[in-house]
Design a protein around this ligand. Structure first.
Ligand code: URA
Length: 191
C-alpha cells in the first residue's frame, strides 16, 4: 500500500487513459486525511481542472452550503472524484476511463478508512453502491459496504438545474448528520 504522498504523486503523473491529454491539472482530492466522512463526485469540471481542486465552481459553492446546512465544514471531510481528470466538454466519464482511474480512489479509501461515504450523483453511486442505482429512487438510502456506511445525494449540479429536488436533499442531509452523530468520533458538527 502506498502512502498519501506516493499515491498523489503517482496520480499526478498518470496516463492510464486518454483523459490526461486534455488536463491542466489532475484533481486528486482535498480535505482532511483524518476525515471520517468521504464525499465522492463524478469528475473535474472546467474550474476544477484549472485549479486542481474538486468542487470549486458553482456546484462547489452549493456543496459547501449543503454541508453548512448540517454544520459540516469542507476542511473536516475529504472530497474526491471517481475520475481525476476532466472529461472533454464535461461529458460523463466512460467506463474504460472509470476503470482506469478507480484504483486511485480505492487507495484513497484504504488510506482514509472513512466511516461514511457520500456519493454525489448518479455516476458515483452507480460505481460505488450498485450498478443499477437510480438516483431519483435511491438517494438518501443507506447501504453498508465492507463495514462502511454509504449513501448518495443528488449532485450539486443537478440541484442547480432543478431546485425542486432541494427539499429531498435537505431530508437526506439530516439523515447524514444523524449518521455522523452515531458513528463519528472527531467530525465537528456545528449547531
Ligand atoms: N462535479 C464533480 O462531480 N466533481 C467535481 O470536482 C466538480 C464538479
Amino acid at each position: 500500500m502506498r502512502n498519501w504522498d506516493e499515491l498523489e504523486a503517482a496520480c499526478g503523473a498518470c496516463r492510464n487513459c486518454s483523459l490526461w491529454e486534455g488536463r491542466t491539472n489532475v484533481v486528486f482530492g482535498v480535505g482532511s486525511r483524518q476525515a471520517e466522512v468521504l464525499f465522492i463526485g463524478e469528475g473535474p469540471g472546467e474550474n476544477e481542472d484549472l485549479q486542481g481542486e474538486p468542487f470549486v465552481g458553482r456546484g462547489g459553492k452549493l456543496l459547501d452550503d449543503m454541508m453548512g446546512a448540517i454544520g459540516l465544514k469542507r476542511r473536516d471531510v475529504y472530497i474526491a472524484n471517481i475520475v481525476k481528470c476532466r472529461p472533454p466538454q464535461n461529458r460523463d466519464p466512460m467506463n474504460t476511463e472509470i476503470e482506469a482511474c478507480i484504483g486511485y480512489l480505492r487507495n484513497q479509501v484504504a488510506l482514509l478508512r472513512p466511516k461514511i461515504i457520500v456519493c454525489l450523483g448518479r455516476i458515483a453511486a452507480m460505481r460505488v453502491i450498485q450498478e443499477d442505482f437510480k438516483i431519483t429512487r435511491d438517494h438518501g438510502k443507506w447501504y453498508e459496504k465492507n463495514g462502511v456506511w454509504v449513501m448518495a445525494l443528488f449532485h450539486p449540479a443537478a440541484l442547480l438545474r432543478d431546485p425542486r429536488r432541494r427539499p429531498d436533499t435537505f431530508t437526506d442531509l439530516k439523515a447524514l448528520r444523524a449518521k455522523i452523530q452515531e458513528l463519528c468520533t472527531h467530525t465537528p458538527l456545528a449547531d
